[in-house]
Design a protein around this ligand. Sequence first.
Ligand code: ZN
Length: 437
Amino acid sequence: MRRIAAVLACLTLLCAVLLQPATAAAEPAYYSLRLPDGLSVATLLNEGYDISHAHSSRPVLVATPDEVRGLRDRGVVLGKIGAVYQPVLRDAAADGTTYYGGYHTAVGHEQHNAEVAAAHPELVRLYDIGDSWKKAKGQGGHDIQALCISKLVAGGCALDSTGKKPKFVLHAQIHARELVTGELAYRWIDLLTSSYGKDPELTALLDTRELWVVPMANPDGVDVVASSPSRPVMQRKNVNDTAGACPASTAGVDLNRNSGFQWDADQGGPCDETYPGARAESEPETLAIQGLLDKIFRDTKGDVSSPALPGTTGVFLTLHSFGNDILAPYGYTNTPAPDQAKLVALGKKMGDFTEYPVSTGDGGVGYFAPGATDDWLYGTRGVPSYTFEVGPDSGSCAGFFPAYACLDSTFWPKNKDAFVYAAQAAAAPYGELPTRR
Ligand SMILES: [Zn+2]
């Protein structure tokens, strides 16, 4: 017995050693941070530090050991939260559709979109809404794809605003490294297409709503992330590298700072994670999503300080990770949006399902997001628009690269009912909100 135990212990140790990265000592990790007087999160972001879910009251830094030493020398108190990478026993699928234990590659998403459209012609319209940066340059790349899922009726799911059914749009993986977001969209597509005629509530939803999904808004970025299947690359932005040479995985334009609403050149240089691009709407991915939303939603809002018309329909969610937050407009300023009370009220209803608190503006941490997708849609069209920073922000399912099993244990159960609720609320988002299911 003792010998068997020793062998097992050895095997366990061997596994642990094999699963350890060869360069563990230089690996980035997540840290909490407490700043000395005179140093702000905004300053560190401008210096190029990678601080995620900075809207939260608990900003988290991703840093290498060298960066940690430099910050500690400046008086920053850092607490290690955890490793960036989780061990995976199964990395890439042989057919190239998944990586890192089950997450879908760009090809995996595209194959899935084509399959559900072919299998459910009475429920699904699949659209090519524009090109990725690489495709626009003739360097390979991808189409940006959108699905409209609904019990199709004449004139329904068209690329215009004449459809009778209110629309809910779920938008994911605009930040490529936020792996969980694309998987939530993937599961939402499967839930909707597999439930028609079986689940009464979801059948009613498909009968009365158009459920639009952009499962992967930044496919070139996803290619970079998935290029290292067992240790995904930290690529957040698209892959437009024309603004200058940058260290690995730091080139590109932040597509969530590139919209045509309140775009701000002062969000960082070409190698910073929040580089907004050379000008507003410079990127083809931005034009693709704005083009879709512009077509399918009526404009019910005037200038930046005008409220939306009370009869506005539709709800838009853009998924990000990681945190535990629902962000409501505006995100570029602490000046309240004209519909702020109603936007927050709907946000809180969704938060009843996710247990994420709702914040607006800088969330109290001095960090704004000018040029973001959600501000653009609300600010220019009046449609209630939200960012979900899907959590958790600590524990074994935290981080950009949680184990794939966290989808089943945490992310999907926490978010799917909020998606259903958002779709239900799309009929009258500024009116009487649906009662909780
Ligand atoms: Zn993000």
